[in-house]
Design a protein around this ligand. Structure first.
Ligand code: GLC
Length: 558
């Protein structure tokens, strides 16, 4: 077990030692996508040794914690979200020894490590599923999954009308051990990702044990994949509407956001609470409303949930204000911090989303207006980092990377692209390995190329090209994160006060601090609220007035 991080107690003005707020309430958490962050062994695929070698970069960037997407043994049918062994590292990422070394090195730098837990489904190569197939219908080993006979005279139709999130039916028919057509099994995602039956005690026990395995190794917490999916409505009822699902959408469905999931998280919370060091559970829960999301972070459940309503909000003053107010209000009754997120490995990067017309969703294939997208992305980031709560940063957004929208179809690997016959599932575009240097194989990602091709323009977006360059996106992130540490008003607390502002401008005040965001495409003149602290674009201040450029955010101390 590694040494755990202890939060220092803070001294109050009265001289008493006050309990500090838990670290995660206002933490900035950086998402590493292991395939695409840094390649330590030159095979073109990122790995744990690569991540470890870049920890000093993350420390310098100023984040508090790192969330790692899955690195477990996996056939990689869904980039590692199809886990064959939850206690082993895929050889392509390294060994358990590398994971241990990574956690220790991170802790030595005072960085926390959150690992990705994938409990809704496993890989079809997981021992349990292979055994279940081998044993045939009627076997108790099948009860750990959702096996059902088909409908129709010969069982040739799926048991119900559910669609996979990745397209096509959510059921695949198996062959019996004697080769005849057999039962069907449920997979909300790819056929290689059979859903566990969470009513089964063995499934529940196994995951409690997996939690302990990673907690014992020193993990500071878990990002819980598809946290809204584990429990299915009794009887697996038809949906009936014939509606197609949107990828990872917020629809009300009999397999999402069922009340039964909460008991599972309560039992997990009890386990985490046994460990020292404020370990956390973070829900990836796509729910119809922020109020439903808040249920996952009640005091005896998880600590945080991703705010996907915020992620999917357009660059529009009223919409932003509404979602900020709604998110804060929804979390208040449960006492959880609100979280903010703009990008992750499942959605088109926000620098590209914001350069496209609003309302196109999160799977874009168009580059849009690149300059506009970056301008808004920088402004959106400063707005996000000024809000109370915890913020998530997805690797490469600190470089202002756009999505790679023109990947040739033959290099794509996202299973949803193939299941949707190329009409959806463009997630490879945000998964392209990030550039570290101007020159060299894969721009410093590794010495042996990169598993997805990187655009040539990325040389100038590399860490090397942006380091020390005033106004670069990387330096903006560094300055913002440094300011967030220096100014307690940023990130802390649970509320914002809205100030009067011209149309299209958001102006919010926190303790000792004001954030102004111009969402319009034209400069706006307004009384300078204080001393300029940081801005996403040059702000002119004269005679007590400031000119906020188009699509820009400025931070002020007051
Ligand atoms: C989550 C992951 C996504 C994955 C899916 C199935 O939404 O973020 O990448 O494809 O779950 O595990």
């Amino acid at each position: 077990m590694t040494q755990h991080l202890a939060a220092p107690a803070t001294a109050t003005t009265s001289g008493h030692r006050a309990e500090p707020a838990p670290w995660w309430r206002d933490a900035v958490i950086y998402q590493v996508y292991p395939r695409s962050f840094a390649d330590g062994n030159g095979d073109g695929m990122g790995d744990l040794a690569g991540i470890r070698s870049r920890l000093p970069y993350l420390k310098e960037l100023g984040v508090d914690a790192v969330w790692l997407s899955p690195f477990y043994a996996s056939p990689q049918a869904d980039a590692g979200y199809d886990v064959a062994d939850y206690r082993a590292i895929d050889p392509m990422f390294g060994t358990l020894h590398d994971a241990d070394a990574l956690i220790r090195s991170a802790h030595a730098l005072d960085l926390r490590i959150i690992v990705d837990l994938v409990p809704n489904h496993c890989s079809d190569q997981h021992d349990w599923f292979r055994q279940a197939l081998r044993e045939g219908p009627g076997s108790r080993l099948r009860e750990r999954f959702h096996f059902r006979p088909g409908k129709g005279a010969d069982g040739e139709l799926p048991p119900n009308d559910w669609e996979s999130i990745f397209g096509g039916p959510a059921w695949t028919r198996t062959a019996n051990p004697d080769g005849t057509p057999g039962e069907w099994y449920l997979h909300l995602f790819a056929p290689e990702q059979p859903d566990f039956n969470w009513e089964h005690p063995a499934v529940q026990d196994e995951f409690r044990s997996i939690l302990r395995f990673w907690l014992d190794l020193g993990a500071d917490g878990f990002r819980v994949d598809v946290a809204h999916g584990l429990v299915k409505a009794p009887g697996l009822p038809d949906i009936g509407s014939g509606d197609q699902l949107k990828l990872l959408g917020n629809d009300v469905m009999p397999f999402f956001d069922q009340d039964g999931v909460h008991e599972i998280y309560r039992s997990w919370r009890r386990i985490l609470d046994e460990y020292e060091g404020e370990r956390v559970l973070v829900a990836e829960a796509w729910t119809p409303t922020v109020e439903r999301t808040a249920l996952y972070v009640r005091p005896d459940e998880m600590h945080q949930a991703f705010n996907f309503q915020y992620l999917t909000t357009n660059w529009d003053e009223k919409e932003l204000r509404e979602v900020i107010d709604g998110s804060l209000a929804a979390m208040r009754p449960v006492g959880a911090p609100t979280t903010w997120v703009l990008s992750n490995h499942d959605v088109t990067r926000h620098a590209t989303r914001f350069g496209n017309p609003p309302g196109l969703g999160t799977q874009l294939r168009e580059q849009g207006d690149r300059e506009l997208g970056l301008r808004r992305a920088r402004a959106a980031t400063l707005l996000m980092l000024a809000l109370p709560g915890s913020a998530y940063v997805y690797q490469g957004e600190e470089l202002g990377l756009p999505d790679v929208t023109d990947l040739p179809d033959e290099v794509r690997q996202d299973p949803s692209f193939f299941r949707a016959e190329g009409q959806d599932g463009f997630r490879d575009g945000c998964r392209v390995p990030i550039p570290w240097t101007r020159e060299g194989s894969s721009y410093g990602f590794g010495s042996g190329g990169s598993w997805l091709p990187q655009p040539a323009e990325w040389a100038e977006l590399s860490v090397e090209a942006q380091t020390g360059v005033a106004g670069s996106t990387l330096e903006l992130y560094r300055a913002a994160l440094a300011a967030r540490r220096e100014h307690p008003g940023l990130g802390a607390g649970e509320a914002v006060t809205w100030l009067d502002a011209p149309d299209g401008v958001l102006a919010l005040s926190r303790e000792g601090f004001v954030c102004t965001t111009n969402t319009t495409g034209a400069p706006v003149r307004l009384p300078a609220p204080g001393a300029l602290l940081l801005a996403s674009a040059p702000v002119a201040v004269n005679d007590g007035f400031a000119v906020l450029p188009a699509d820009a955010t400025a931070w002020w101390t007051v």
